[in-house]
Design a protein around this ligand. Structure first.
Ligand code: LLP
Length: 463
């Protein structure tokens, strides 16, 4: 539909400029359960409630913007992953998606393991009491100091990402008189169908050691030759926000082929493989994520089949979901500040946060949904762009969405599925104060990461 044909502006659903959006939902008041966490519903007054608490109360008590995390949903997702993979496999939650000490305790209680990828994440995990043997330590450039801490703590595995690191970890382990359990991260050469910045198994990128040109086989040779290392397996992570199981299947097949080559060359059958994380979630009702049991079955079928063909003992499988566990469990609550209808284009709705609390739209062109949550409305849908308060025109939270045309300053709107990579990638751009994360469960809400204050900003600025 051309813009000039509709100079009156896009206040009606049948008068729309070009863009990436589906038609508005038949009823904007309906909260699609695909994108909202499990205890979210509307109360008799039409306000969104989570864990039985209405957003107006949450906004009053904790302010906006803020992330509200549905703890029962988080725990249920942990259990679903653990149950789907069963006792013969291991689920490592990828802490980079969102990590705090409360989260570590929930993981521990629900029987999950934890993948950390920095000294900071390692400290958080240990401080909150995650047993070191349940921690996997990742990263393409771990510092020697980080390796020291991981080895000293006794982490269950270090995932080796380069030839230099094989030697570094072996030296540190020898100095500590231990044999460190390690995996080697390989790049299997799969083109994952996702944004370039979050695809990680094609060869031209910084992670892992390539299978294709024999580099991975050479890395295995070196790791097996070093006394400080106990090589327990091979690791592959193909990327993030992936819906199609085909890439995981190719990855599993190639990893098993490598295990067969290792058996043939060295006479050892490595006992474990890790197939990484990366499973997609629903950010909008158009996304169709797989359930953990389907994923577990697809992966275990392919590994079993390939191992039978190669006459290998089936290795223990581990996976590392981050987004698929925490992503759907939280939403960001904002207050509407200003509203600018642009004739023939769309209406810009500015909220009290922005790219500092959700960089994913600007960085990956990510799509999100949004809803008016402090009340219901029978007004017609208007095409909006939800933007933040930062000094940047790319400061977009939701690029194209529909909200009721009677939206007004002071209304609360919420963006669902912001549990993963929003607080963990939040910044202080424009000296924004990073929002709190509030866990809500069975009528109780408690801050698990507090809001930053201006004193926090000034404390770092030593004058
Ligand atoms: N395992 C490894 C080795 C990883 O590198 C990652 C993510 C995961 C597991 C977890 O992936 P997940 O299941 O959460 O997709 N900031 C980006 C995502 C970067 C992911 C980096 N590695 C985003 O906001 O989409």
């Amino acid at each position: 539909m051309s813009r000039s044909a509709h100079p009156a502006g896009p206040r009606h659903a049948d008068v729309l400029p070009e863009g990436h959006y589906s038609a508005p939902a038949a009823d904007l008041n309906v909260l699609d359960e695909k994108v909202w966490s499990r205890t979210v519903t509307r109360d008799a007054d039409g306000a969104l409630t989570v864990g039985g608490i209405a957003v107006a109360r949450l906004a009053e008590e904790f302010g906006t913007p803020a992330y509200f995390l549905d703890e029962s949903d988080f725990r249920a997702r942990c259990r679903a992953w653990a149950d789907a993979f069963g006792p013969d496999a291991d689920v490592f939650y990828a802490g980079k998606a969102f990590l705090s000490r409360a989260v570590v305790r929930w993981l521990k209680e629900e029987g999950l393991n934890l993948d950390v990828c920095s000294g900071g994440e390692l400290t958080t995990a240990l401080d909150a009491g995650m047993p070191a043997e349940r921690i996997a330590f990742h990263g393409n450039n771990k510092t020697v100091a980080e390796i020291e801490r991981a080895v000293e703590a006794g982490v269950g595995r270090i995932v080796l990402d380069s030839f230099q690191e094989i030697v570094r970890v072996a030296h540190v382990a020898q100095r500590h008189g231990v044999r460190q359990r390690v995996q080697i991260r390989v790049t299997v050469g799969v083109e994952a169908h996702t944004h370039e910045f979050i695809a990680t198994a094609h060869e031209d990128q910084k992670f892992g050691i390539a299978l294709a040109d024999g580099q991975a086989a050479e890395a295995v040779r070196r790791a097996l030759s070093l006394d400080g290392l106990e090589l327990i397996g091979v690791h592959s992570h193909i990327g993030s926000q992936i819906f199609d199981m085909a890439g995981f299947e190719v990855s599993a097949r190639r990893v098993v082929q490598l295990l067969a080559e290792i058996r043939d060359e060295h006479g050892v059958e490595l006992p474990e493989i890790d197939l990484g994380g990366g499973l997609g979630i629903a950010y909008t009702p158009d996304d169709d994520p797989r359930e953990p049991h389907e994923i577990a079955k697809a992966l275990s079928d392919i590994v079993t089949r390939e191992c039978e063909a190669a006459k290998l003992r089936t290795p223990r499988i581990s996976v590392e979901p981050g987004r698929a566990i925490v992503g759907p469990t939280a939403f960001t609550l904002y207050e509407v500040g200003t509203i600018k209808p642009l004739e023939g284009l769309r209406t810009y709705v500015s909220v009290d946060g922005g790219m500092s609390d959700n960089i994913r739209t600007a960085l990956y062109d990510a799509e999100y949904s949004v809803a008016l949550v402090s009340r219901t409305s029978d007004a017609e849908p208007m095409l909006v762009r939800v933007v933040g308060k930062h000094c940047e025109s790319g400061d977009i939270v939701v690029k194209d969405a529909f909200l009721p045309a009677d939206l007004a300053p002071g209304d609360l709107i919420a963006v669902p599925a912001t549990g993963a990579y929003c607080r963990s990638m939040a910044s202080n751009y424009n000296h924004a104060l990073r929002p709190p994360v509030v866990a809500v469960r069975e009528g109780e809400a408690r801050v698990i990461v507090r809001r930053e204050t201006e004193e926090d900003l000034l404390r770092l600025d030593v004058g």
